[in-house]
Design a protein around this ligand. Structure first.
Ligand code: WAQ
Ligand code: MG
Length: 265
C-alpha cells in the first residue's frame, strides 16, 4: 500500500555551489528521523560547512509506479583514463553519437554549470548532436520522487552489501538510474560524483542496465555530474522533465549483480 507517502528532498550549497543532496520517499512516521539523517549528511558532506541546507517535504497525491532496479555490472579499470574510454565505448554501444559523448565528458570534467561549477542536477543532451537542452544550466533537471519500497530496503541493502556495494551512494544512484532509464526518449546516462574521494561512476542504458566503472576520475578531483542523453525525435522536454521531477517511482527489488570484470579496451 502506498498511502500517506511523502517525497523528502535535501540539497545543500556552499559558496553558491551545490555540495550535497538526496531524494527519498518515506511514510509520515519516518520523516522526522529521515530529515535529521539528511541534515547530518549535509553537515558532514564537504570540507567546509554548508551555507544553506534546503529540505522540502511534499505529500504524494498521485499514483506511485512500481518498478525493478536495473541489473548491476562492474567494469574494473586500472585508472581514470581507461575508465573514461570504457564509458565512451559503453555510450557509443547504447547509441550516443561520438560528438555527444565527447561534449558530455568535457563538460563534466570542467564543471558543467556557468563559471565552471558543479550543477545541482543533470544535463540533458541531444544524443545525436551533443547540444544541451536543459533550460537552466546551473540547476539542470533534478530527478526526484524515487526510492526503494519499504519492503525492498532490507533485502536490497543486504544483496548490495554482500557484493561489496554497501555504500549509500550505490543504492541511491541505482534508484536514480532506474527511474531515468524509463524516461521518454532516454538513450543513456553517464555519471560520476563530484565528491573528491568517490572515484567510481556509471553508464546506464535500457538494454544493459547499470554498468559501474571503478574509476572515472582522479583522486581529489572536485568535478562531477550527470548527463542524460535523449533521442529528440517526437520528444518533448516538458514531458521528460515532468516525469523525472514529479512521477513517484518505488523499486520493489533488484535484478542480477554480476561479479566485477576487467575492462578490455
Ligand atoms: N538529479 C539529477 N542530478 C543529480 C541528482 C539528482 N537527484 N543528484 C545529483 N545529481 C548530479 C549533480 O550534478 C551532482 O553534482 C552529481 O550528479 C553527482 O552527485 O555504483 O554519488 O550524489 O559506485 O555525488 C555513482 C556511482 C555515484 C555509484 C554518484 O553522485 C557506484 C554520486 P552525487
Ligand atoms: Mg547525491
Amino acid at each position: 500500500m502506498d498511502r500517506d507517502l511523502y517525497s523528502i528532498r535535501m540539497r545543500a550549497e556552499h559558496g553558491g555551489a551545490h555540495c550535497s543532496g538526496a531524494e527519498r520517499i518515506a511514510a509520515a512516521g519516518e520523516l522526522s528521523a529521515l530529515a535529521a539523517e539528511l541534515v547530518a549528511r549535509a553537515l558532514s558532506a564537504g570540507s567546509a560547512p554548508p551555507d544553506r541546507i534546503h529540505c522540502s517535504i511534499d505529500r504524494l497525491t498521485e499514483k506511485v509506479l512500481h518498478r525493478q532496479l536495473p541489473d548491476v555490472k562492474t567494469f574494473a579499470v586500472p585508472d581514470w583514463t581507461t575508465g573514461r574510454a570504457c564509458a565512451r565505448a559503453l555510450l557509443l554501444r547504447a547509441g550516443v553519437a561520438p560528438v555527444a559523448v565527447d561534449a558530455a565528458m568535457t563538460w563534466l570534467a570542467a564543471g558543467p554549470a556557468p563559471g565552471g561549477r558543479v550543477m545541482r542536477g543533470a544535463m540533458i543532451i541531444d544524443a545525436q548532436t551533443g547540444v544541451r537542452l536543459e533550460t537552466d544550466p546551473a540547476r539542470g533537471v533534478r530527478v526526484s520522487r524515487m526510492d526503494l519500497a519499504l519492503a525492498a530496503r532490507q533485502p536490497v541493502s543486504a544483496a548490495l552489501a554482500a557484493a561489496g556495494l554497501g555504500h549509500h551512494r550505490v543504492a541511491e544512484a541505482l534508484a536514480l538510474a532506474g527511474k531515468v532509464l524509463a524516461a521518454p526518449g532516454l538513450v543513456a546516462e553517464l555519471c560520476w560524483s563530484d565528491a573528491p574521494d568517490y572515484l567510481s561512476g556509471y553508464v546506464a542504458d535500457p538494454l544493459h542496465g547499470y554498468q559501474r566503472i571503478t574509476r572515472l576520475k582522479a583522486a581529489g578531483d572536485v568535478f562531477g555530474g550527470r548527463a542524460l542523453f535523449v533521442r529528440t525525435n517526437g520528444w518533448q522536454l516538458e514531458e521528460f522533465v515532468a516525469y523525472l521531477e514529479r512521477q513517484a517511482v518505488l523499486f520493489d527489488g533488484l535484478g542480477t549483480i554480476s561479479p566485477p570484470q576487467e575492462w578490455e579496451c
